[in-house]
Design a protein around this ligand. Structure first.
Ligand code: DGP
Length: 114
């Protein structure tokens, strides 16, 4: 069996994290290095490495991650002013190769993100 990813270890409670939500498809927790007052990571339980690895069959799962993001934004009090980001690959700043959707908010956001 492949070694667990960092985020699988968090989901399995082997590494502590501030978990704010979970269901049968995904888990969400606070980023250890927050870039905004709210910075959550929404992570599918299945360890898909990057956005390059998703298929048509993953479309409902990816949609679900965004529905969870919307709900968590409301819960965090940032509805109407937040950003969601998938970094895909090292060149885009991805450092953990287990797909995750960043949810950032609580401060003004600049564009382009750099
Ligand atoms: P990315 O650079 O898109 O791969 O984002 C990975 C994020 O994961 C980064 O913002 C920091 C966060 N992170 C890394 N290690 C841990 C950890 O052990 N716990 C938590 N809560 N977040 C982590």
């Amino acid at each position: 069996m492949a070694e667990k990813t960092l985020f699988q270890k968090i989901a399995d409670r082997e590494i502590p994290a501030d978990i704010v939500y979970e269901d049968d498809q995904c888990i969400a927790f606070r980023d250890i290095n927050p870039q905004a007052p709210t910075h959550l990571l929404i992570v599918p339980r299945r360890p898909i490495p990057t956005l390059d690895d998703i298929t048509e069959e993953d479309a409902p799962l990816i949609g679900h991650l965004f529905v969870v993001a919307r709900r968590l934004a409301a819960q965090e009090g940032i509805a109407g002013g937040y950003r969601t980001v998938f970094n895909c690959g090292a060149a885009a700043g991805q450092s953990v190769f287990h797909l995750h959707l960043h949810l950032l908010g609580g401060r003004p956001m600049q564009w382009p993100p750099g």
